[in-house]
Design a protein around this ligand. Structure first.
Ligand code: ZN
Length: 185
């Protein structure tokens, strides 16, 4: 659970730090507003992906399951600015599958924390391996980082792509090819 009081105090200090007048009308409610917003943006800190993935259904001879274009929003831990984009999550079932919405839910659990895109990608892949015990998992994230767009080298529109392959997807190049072909469709 986030500590709202600490966030409010911190936001007041930040405002003072940038030379703002914390008493002016537009800013009066800002610390509370940000504290409430952070509760939502970082809700994943209190959540575990094992829960959404615990409901499983048996399947026989399941082929690749791919959930693509899962929109996600996260916050980079280096600048505390948003990064957001699409996640594509695939796995090769070994006897059971999870409900499709649970793949998006798993992305959500890990996105709603301070993150690095590389770690987010790996955590989603590992959570599926651990909870669903599939033959393999492949996760690809493409995201735009506001810390790249708004500051520093200022490259708006550029996207960062990260990939994590586990199990059969790691070993089998043909399976990886299948994944990329399914993405292109
Ligand atoms: Zn950043």
């Amino acid at each position: 659970m986030v500590n709202r009081e600490k966030i409010e105090e911190g936001v007041r200090l930040l405002l003072e730090g940038i030379g703002e007048d914390t008493g002016r009308e537009g800013l009066l409610e800002t610390p509370q507003r940000i504290a409430r917003m952070y509760e939502e943006l970082f809700a994943g800190m209190d959540q575990d992906a094992a829960e959404p993935l615990s409901r499983q259904f048996e399947v026989r001879d399941g082929g690749i399951v791919l959930e693509k274009d899962i929109t996600f929003y996260s916050v980079c831990e280096h600048h505390m600015l948003p990064f957001f984009g699409k996640a594509h999550v695939a796995y090769l079932p070994d006897g059971h599958v999870a409900g499709l919405s649970k793949l998006a839910r798993t992305v959500e659990v890990y996105a709603r924390r301070l993150q690095l895109q590389e770690r987010l990608t790996a955590q989603v892949a590992d959570a599926l391996m651990e909870n669903l015990h599939p033959k393999g998992v492949m996760v690809l994230l493409e995201a735009e980082h506001m810390c790249m767009a708004m500051r520093g080298i200022k490259k708006p529109g550029s996207r960062t792509v990260t990939v994590a392959a586990r199990g059969a997807f790691e070993r089998d190049a043909a399976l990886q090819e299948n994944f990329y072909r399914m993405l292109d469709r």
